[in-house]
Design a binder for this molecule. Structure first.
Ligand SMILES: NC(=O)c1ccc[n+]([C@@H]2O[C@H](COP(=O)([O-])OP(=O)(O)OC[C@H]3O[C@@H](n4cnc5c(N)ncnc54)[C@H](OP(=O)(O)O)[C@@H]3O)[C@@H](O)[C@H]2O)c1
Length: 202
């Protein structure tokens, strides 16, 4: 049994990830702190450090947070770009950059991206761009990870559980069950993969 920090646990992707972490002691966290063990804001370095210090020993970090702004490229402001970059891209990179000092030897990081960087749709340019950045970050940084650490990213299509929110934006997409996406997180945490983009598509 590993100790796994699951960030964004009460969100739709967090709940999907949780279905794949049944063999482990899961410590949950989110920005509001509602119904979870710890409060953390992934856009704030001090908050990330504070989470890791408070938890103490842990073997894996699973992040399912990456807040994105949705708008046409022609209308998207720099503020909208920056808030997406600071959450979905830098927030996740900082979880790894700061976490490498705290996580146990041979531990793992699992990040979140999303299928829109390979299957573009209108309004989703910031999500797609930062998802692509995270996929690239994981593939390349795996070669540099200290302490025999592993790192992967789950790149899923839309969840059945989120279809009511995103379905209208995504004609021609087939949603997948959260439990299937949960298995991708399980493969990352329990397997030996590193530097992988684990796609879950229908
Ligand atoms: N849903 C899908 O079908 C789907 C498919 C592919 C990829 N994704 C990606 O998965 C990620 C999560 O999506 P979701 O649908 O799960 O969103 P969601 O249901 O809105 O959940 C987001 C979670 O993130 C937490 N959160 C937001 N900002 C945070 C921050 N700065 N620090 C810490 N926690 C924060 C929220 O916690 P509090 O409310 O407690 O603050 C909430 O638990 C996104 O990047 C999305 O693009 C989603």
């Amino acid at each position: 049994m590993k100790t796994v920090i699951l960030i964004g646990a009460m969100g739709k992707m967090g709940q999907a990830a949780l279905t794949g972490l049944g063999n482990h002691k899961v410590i949950t966290a989110s920005r509001s702190g509602k119904d979870v063990d710890y409060k953390v804001d992934i856009t704030d370095e001090g908050s990330i450090r504070n989470l890791y210090e408070q938890v103490g020993h842990f073997d894996a970090v699973v992040n399912t947070v990456g807040q994105c702004e949705y708008a046409n490229f022609t209308e998207m402001t720099e503020a909208q770009w920056m808030s997406t970059v600071m959450s979905k891209m830098m927030g996740q990179i900082n979880l790894v950059r700061i976490g490498q000092d705290f996580i146990a030897e041979s531990g793992s990081f699992t990040l979140i991206s999303g299928i829109l960087n390979v299957k573009p749709i209108p309004y989703a340019i910031a999500d797609a761009t930062t998802s692509g950045a995270i996929d690239t970050f994981v593939k390349c940084v795996a070669y540099e990870m200290p302490k025999k650490l592993r790192i992967n990213v789950v790149n899923p299509t839309v969840l059945v559980e989120a279809w009511d929110v995103y379905g209208e934006m995504m004609p021609g997409f087939e949603p997948v069950q959260g439990t299937l996406v949960g298995k991708a997180f399980e493969r990352s945490v329990d397997g030996f993969l590193t530097g992988e983009v684990i796609y879950v598509d229908a």
